[in-house]
Design a protein around this ligand. Structure first.
Ligand SMILES: [Zn+2]
Length: 413
């Protein structure tokens, strides 16, 4: 199809500011899902979508908002985003994708297209109130187990099913929204990077290869605590030292590899007093990589290192898995189209993995999926200081438009 018609990328920046004014303040965005301000943001978006000729707007059983611009066939290309935010969040996380997709709908809805174009505003991507991220998109992907989340409560003790029903959503029927994906053939999502990579490389835009797989463990060292005065250095079984040496091994192993992460988050020791060294130490290890084999090898090496260090320190070590998720790879052909789109508008493009999960991770197992990233200043996100230069935001809207056009052509073949 023709892409002669251009998007008004300036309007997207203005509308993002309008949304920030409507549902944000000096402390940042306040569009927490299943709250009044989220509804206000949603109504704002819905009104703008309904103003586009030929676009049908509806809400599904999971509370996701859909806008459909029918094409020659029912096969549909989806543009996704989430207008919800964390408390005191930034003005761009999720909102950029949604408002950019709105602009792309404005331009492409009136044009004849071989396939249908749909926008989806996912409900509760952030999980800020009840702690379950990718909530709406998981339901639509049919991977949300209602019983797993039924008992969740917010900070005020409100139960999740009650908050949902206040917003017209029945937890036990959320997965029925899966039928929205019946004719979907591709999923595209633009997002701020939320990290420092593109800024450091001086690239406005990048193409996302997929989302990291995660291996998350508690690693527990046991030695024997004893008096800090009476115990000579060479007979100590200091569990903290074993843990600390292991943490450095974990970090160094990750540093020797390409684009992976290893993080020690929490550290607990016992007895944790000044007059004894610690006979027990527990810490977390969170490992991330885009390649499943690399991730498995990182875990194997980390275990071996911890066992060797523990032995040298006269301790034992135990591992307990806290959580894991497989890497999710995006579609090669769409990655190619995304790279062309980014090169056309920015003159250069960088391929990178995503550390955070996104709704695209819910869609990727079901259909060809790709994401575009735009630079985040100082890598900051989930804070009111989150920002991206306006000229780069405009480039990102233009790139999403071009990618939508080429994906529609690709899907029409
Ligand atoms: Zn987001």
């Amino acid at each position: 199809m023709q892409s002669a018609e251009q998007v008004d990328s300036r309007r997207v920046v203005e509308e993002l500011k309008e949304l920030a004014g409507l549902t944000g303040g000096p402390e940042g965005a306040r569009r927490v899902a299943w709250t009044d301000e989220w509804v206000r943001a949603r109504d704002w978006l819905k009104g703008k979508l309904e103003d586009i000729d030929g676009v049908e707007v509806e809400r599904d059983e999971a509370g996701n908002l859909w806008a459909t611009a029918p094409g020659d066939s029912e096969k549909a290309v989806l543009l996704g985003g989430h207008i919800d935010s964390v408390p005191n969040g930034g003005w761009l996380d999720g909102a950029l994708n949604t408002v950019a997709a709105l602009e792309v709908m404005r331009v492409l809805a009136p044009q004849q297209r071989p396939v249908t174009l749909r926008l989806v505003d996912w409900a509760d991507e952030e999980g800020a109130r009840f702690g379950r991220s990718l909530f709406g998109s998981s339901a639509t992907a049919n991977v949300l187990d209602p019983d797993e989340v039924r008992g969740l409560k917010d900070r005020d003790g409100v139960a999740l099913p009650d908050a949902l029903s206040e917003h017209g959503v029945d937890l036990d029927r959320m997965n029925e929204s899966h039928k929205q994906l019946e004719n979907a053939v591709a999923y595209l999502e633009l997002h701020i990077e939320q990290g420092p990579v593109l800024e450091r490389m001086d690239f406005p835009l990048g193409v996302v290869l997929g989302t990291f797989g995660v291996e998350r463990h508690a690693v527990r060292f046991t030695g024997q605590h004893a008096h800090s005065g009476s115990t000579p250095m060479d007979v100590r079984r200091d569990a903290f030292i074993a843990a600390a040496r292991s943490a450095i091994e974990f970090r160094d192993d990750a540093g020797r590899r390409d684009d992976v992460r290893a993080t020690t988050g929490f550290v607990n020791v016992s007895p944790a007093i000044v007059t004894a060294f610690n006979g027990w130490c527990e810490m977390s290890l969170d490992q991330r990589a885009l390649d499943a084999e690399v991730l498995a090898d990182m875990l194997k090496v980390a275990r071996e290192n911890s066992e060797r260090v523990a032995e040298e320190e006269g301790c034992s070590v135990e591992w307990e898995r806290l959580w894991r998720i497989e890497p999710i790879l995006f579609n090669d052909e769409l990655i190619g189209l995304a790279e062309e789109a980014v090169n056309e508008v920015a003159g250069k493009s960088h391929r990178l993995p995503s550390g955070p999960l996104h709704d695209a991770a819910s869609m990727a197992p079901l259909m060809p999926t790709v994401m575009l990233f735009v630079k985040s200043l100082r890598g900051l996100s989930h804070t009111k200081d989150e920002d991206t230069p306006e000229e780069d935001l405009e480039l990102s809207v233009q790139a999403l438009h071009r990618l939508a056009v080429s994906t529609i052509d690709w899907a029409g073949k």
